[in-house]
Structure formats: structure tokens, C-alpha cells
Design a protein around this ligand. Structure first.
Ligand code: LLP
Length: 421
């Protein structure tokens, strides 16, 4: 459930009418609902209780500092994958002891940043990374708490670009080599092994792959304990999928996911961490766009929006579906029409949907992409020198711009012409 509903025929974000935001901010823009973010975070904390746990929001899905502050104030931890994301979490007031650092390519500089600023744990993904971390920690005179990310070789049955738990993927160490890697970790100075990490992919719409992975983690916990390691924390990653269409999709609920976690690893006496991104942020955000033109083509009609692939890349990158709805609701039983929904960017890949049946829309109308809160604004670019799309946070009857649209002066001033030209 989200908080984007029609009231008197007009789409609202909580108690704010979307056209009011459009009038103040211009289009396109992202709008997030504070109530939806809050609700989704609580679904996870409730699903994991009474296990000792921490829900670490995957910042990569939506990294605006205002959103991080909202979640951080609720008690959320943060999963970061870069020094930039670490800085965002800290800027939002999240203490280091609630930040976990994931990712295959952490640099020594990023390690230093987190070790000096405070860190809950590093999820280490390879032996070279582990050795580098040991060196950096020793040079700073501190001890780095780590889990090792294991690759359980499980098919997450999701889009190939976002599956991470198969042996051919670049993530983690093969689970079969875990004993060897943990033995080396135990010998390295400046490192303290505290647990195991796993993450098998994103937008999983079945629980079974999670179950396979978590059962392997449970076995590994027992084995590593018998080999003398004090495994006390399990980071079970993110990845629970969301419905992208209103109709037939019904991915598992956080409660079912929580029950699965309790069933598979609940008896180990470990603290459990999860790293959900999409389920918290995805359906908490809309991308709102204006219709520039309706163009009659050869056997098809194009809806040309002022949003483009640079603002929301998921359809062109993954062939992803987003529901696109008119902001002013069409009266019941009004006719629909099939549109190719496109943006102004000069490439054919700038297509959001083909032959999408929608109520009739006209030049100047507003439309909204649903489920755009996750991997929307964060993946935006300024391709075609289109300014980064602004972000708005709604709470009850308030809204605030939480990231401004940059002016063209700001954009152009980032470039410099060398004196010798
Ligand atoms: N933890 C780790 C280590 C991850 O790599 C990811 C996502 C997550 C947690 C959060 O997964 P989530 O709960 O959001 O599924 N850009 C793609 C998604 C990429 C996901 C990358 N990793 C998309 O738009 O579908």
C-alpha cells in the first residue's frame, strides 16, 4: 500500500495534490511520501521482531539526505556502497555504528573514511580487499569489524543484470572456500570477524531463492563456529521485490520474508541484519511528467513527455515496467488509447512503454510513473544537458523540495575551458 491516491479525481501524494507541486516546482520531478517510507520500514522491523535485528536501508535505491534522515530518525541503519554514500548517511545524522559498508571495490581511502568516522561492519567481498582493510586498520591503530560476503550459487530468478548470487557473478567469495577465507581473516591483524553476509539479487518475487541461500548460511554458521569463529551477526542482504503493476503481481510480503528468516536462521542466536532498498523506497515515489506533444506516427501515437531516460532509466536499461497514470483521473468507462510513451532524448532507447493502453491524454496534461522511488532519481543523469530532476518530499499536507533542479548556469559552470584553448 502507498499514499498516492486519487481524491476527487486528482492524484495526491498524501494530502497534497500533485498539480500543486507541479505548479510550484515545474515538471518533471520526483515526489516521495514520508508516510509510505515510514510504513515500509516498520513492516520490516515488525517482521523481524522479536529477533535482535537491524534494518539497514540500501541507500543506493534512494539516497537523498532528507529521506535518509527520515529513516535514520526511525532507527534505521544504512547500507552504503561508496564513500559518497557513507558521507550521505553521516550528513543525515546516522551514527557510524549503524552503517554497514558493502561493495566489491572499496578503496583504501573509503576504508579510512569509514574507520575514522565510525562503522558497524565492512561486508568484505574478496581476499585482496580483506588484506587491504587489515593494512589500513593497522595503520590507523583500530580494529575493523567484518563479515565476509559469501556467494551461495543460488539462482535468484530475477533480471540477469540484478542477480548477484550465482557463481559467475562478481560478488562475494564462493561459499565452498569460506573456511579457508575465514581462517585467513582470523590470522590478519586489524580485523575482527563477526559474521557472514549474503545478498543474492534484487526484485526477487519468490521466497524460495532466499530460503536456499539462508539455509546455506545457517549451515556455514555452524561450520565456522565449529572451526572457532565467533559468528554472531548475519547480514542477509536485500532484494525483496515489489509489485510494479496494480494487477496480477503479488510478491511475498515482508511478514512472510520475516517468517522465513526466523525459520532458517532464527535458532542460531545471531543478530540479523537486512539491507532492503526497493521495498522501502520503490512504491514511496512517483516521477511526475508533463505531456509536451501527442504525435501521430505511422500506425502508432507517441506520447512525448518532458521526462526522459536520463530521469528514469529503468525501462530502457532493464526493459522495466512502470505504471503510467494520468494525474487527473479519467472518468470511469472513458475510452483508452494505445500510446508509445517516450521522452525527448535523441535515441530510440528513450522509450518508457510501447502500445501502452491509457486513458486519453492531451498536450499539457500531467502523468505519473508509479513505483519510481527506488533506482529512479539515484540513477538519473544530465544526458542531453537535461538538468537533474528535482526531488520533493511530502508529509501530510506539507511538501518541500529536497533537491533543487540545477540551473543551466550551474550546469555550464561545472565545465571549464583551459586557458590554452
Ligand atoms: N544489498 C546489496 C549488497 C545490494 O547490492 C543491493 C542492491 C541491495 C542490498 C538492495 O537491494 P533491493 O532491496 O533494493 O532489491 N538498479 C536496479 C537494482 C540494482 C540493485 C543493486 N543492489 C534496478 O533499477 O532494478
Amino acid at each position: 500500500m502507498d499514499h498516492f491516491l486519487y481524491r476527487n479525481g486528482v492524484l495526491h501524494a498524501e494530502d497534497v495534490a500533485i498539480p500543486d507541486i507541479a505548479a510550484a516546482v515545474g515538471t518533471p520531478f520526483y515526489a516521495y511520501s514520508a508516510a509510505t517510507l515510514t510504513r515500509h520500514y516498520h513492516l520490516f522491523t515488525e517482521a523481524l521482531s522479536p529477533l535482535p535485528h537491524m534494518v539497514c536501508f540500501a541507500i543506493k535505491s534512494l539516497s537523498n539526505v532528507a529521506v535518509l534522515k527520515l529513516l535514520g530518525d526511525l532507527g534505521a541503519g544504512m547500507d552504503v556502497v561508496s564513500g559518497g554514500e557513507y558521507r550521505r548517511a553521516r550528513a543525515a545524522g546516522v551514527p557510524g555504528e549503524r552503517i554497514v559498508f558493502s561493495g566489491v571495490g572499496k578503496t583504501r581511502e573509503e576504508m579510512r573514511l569509514a574507520l575514522t568516522g565510525g562503522i558497524r561492519q565492512f561486508n568484505v567481498e574478496s581476499e585482496p580487499e580483506m588484506r587491504a582493510l587489515s593494512e589500513v586498520a593497522v595503520s590507523l591503530g583500530v580494529v575493523a569489524p567484518i563479515t565476509v560476503r559469501v556467494n551461495p550459487d543460488v539462482d535468484a530468478r530475477t533480471h540477469e543484470k540484478i542477480a548477484t548470487g550465482k557463481k559467475e557473478n562478481k560478488f562475494g567469495i564462493p561459499i565452498a572456500r569460506a573456511s579457508e577465507v575465514y581462517a585467513e581473516a582470523a590470522r590478519l591483524p586489524g580485523i575482527e570477524v563477526i559474521g557472514i553476509d549474503v545478498h543474492i539479487g534484487s526484485q526477487l518475487t519468490e521466497l524460495e531463492p532466499f530460503e536456499q541461500a539462508y539455509l546455506k548460511v545457517a549451515d556455514l554458521t555452524r561450520r565456522l563456529r565449529s572451526e572457532g569463529h565467533d559468528i554472531r551477526r548475519l547480514d542477509l542482504g536485500g532484494g525483496l521485490g515489489i509489485p510494479y503493476t496494480r494487477s496480477n503481481e503479488a510478491p511475498p510480503l515482508p511478514t512472510d520474508y520475516g517468517a522465513l528468516i526466523k525459520r532458517t536462521v532464527g535458532d542460531l542466536g545471531c543478530e540479523v541484519e537486512i539491507e532492503p532498498g526497493r521495498l522501502i523506497s520503490g512504491n514511496a515515489g512517483l516521477l511526475v511528467a508533463g505531456v509536451i506533444y501527442v504525435k501521430n506516427g505511422e500506425g502508432r501515437d507517441f506520447l512525448i513527455l518532458d521526462a526522459a531516460m536520463n530521469d528514469l532509466v529503468r525501462p530502457s536499461m532493464y526493459g522495466a515496467h512502470h505504471d503510467i497514470v494520468p494525474v487527473v483521473e479519467a472518468p470511469a468507462a472513458s475510452p483508452t488509447h494505445a500510446y508509445d510513451v517516450v521522452g525527448p532524448v535523441c535515441e530510440t532507447g528513450d522509450t518508457f512503454a510501447k502500445a501502452r493502453e491509457m486513458p486519453l491524454v492531451a498536450e499539457g496534461d500531467l502523468v505519473a510513473f508509479r513505483s519510481a522511488g527506488a533506482y529512479g532519481a539515484v540513477m538519473a543523469s544530465e544526458y542531453n544537458t537535461r538538468p537533474l530532476v528535482p526531488e520533493v518530499l511530502v508529509k501530510g499536507d506539507h511538501f518541500a523540495v529536497i533537491r533543487e533542479r540545477p540551473s543551466f548556469d550551474e550546469i555550464l559552470n561545472r565545465d571549464t575551458i583551459p586557458a590554452w584553448l
